[in-house]
Design a protein around this ligand. Structure first.
Ligand SMILES: [Zn+2]
Length: 226
């Protein structure tokens, strides 16, 4: 049975509230019985494209267990062809209707991009550069809109701009996902996890009806990195 994007969103919000309040059920869901049930197949209710940062494990911050989330993690939650393909695979194969791009405050990949723009380094590996290059357009736009600001002060805007860019890429960079959005209610949303509060705020692409119970994340200090 496929559950709607809206219902999936509500589940994630409830799970995040449990995580924030310390009342977690994830361990129970990882029980042996659940594992046996899932050996025959999976039906994850949400697809999460998140950052690899060790402090932002999707299953934990949404308090979900085995079989609940189809998670793709890559530094800076960027979207390259393999990420699009992973989302297409899960959306088509499992009927999952909600896709969440999950970025986070003080993301180290965003910070690295800001640093790179300020002081280009020759020695960076081409592999790492391929990540920075995906983040660069969003960060450049934020820098252009805020002339005279110190890059560190622009981290919050840059993090969100990068999340929005990844969400837009998923919405418009795939015929399969466009079709599923048009015909089957697929929803791609952008969310930011606060390292400071543990709260996930869904701030991009959320339908009106879904905004009412949205948690409001407080901004943390712009220093530090992740
Ligand atoms: Zn990160």
């Amino acid at each position: 049975m496929t559950i709607s994007a809206q219902e999936s969103l509500e589940r994630l919000r409830e799970g995040n509230r449990r995580f924030v309040s310390g009342v977690r059920t994830g361990d129970a869901l990882a029980s042996q019985a659940r594992r046996s049930d899932l050996a025959g197949g999976q039906q994850p209710f949400a697809i999460v494209l998140g950052c690899s940062d060790s402090r932002v494990p999707a299953e934990m911050v949404f308090d979900q267990g085995l079989g609940d989330l189809f998670v793709i993690r890559v530094a800076g939650n960027i979207v390259a062809p393999s990420q699009v393909g992973s989302v297409e695979f899960a959306a088509e194969r499992f009927g999952t209707r909600l896709v969440v791009v999950l970025g986070h405050t003080q993301c180290g990949a965003i910070l690295a991009t800001l640093e790179e723009l300020g002081r280009p380094s020759e020695g960076r590996s081409p592999n790492l550069r391929s990540i920075v290059d995906r983040i660069r357009p969003s960060v450049e736009a934020v820098l252009a809109e805020n002339p005279g600001h110190h890059p560190d002060d622009l981290m919050p805007q840059a993090v969100r701009a990068n999340i929005r860019a990844s969400a837009i890429h998923l919405r418009h960079g795939s015929e399969i996902l466009e079709r599923l959005t048009r015909e089957s209610g697929l929803l791609v949303t952008g969310a930011e996890y606060s390292l400071e509060t543990g709260i996930v705020e869904f701030f991009d692409g959320v339908p009106e009806a879904g905004r009412r119970s949205g948690a409001v994340a407080r901004r943390g200090s712009p220093t530090g990195q992740g």
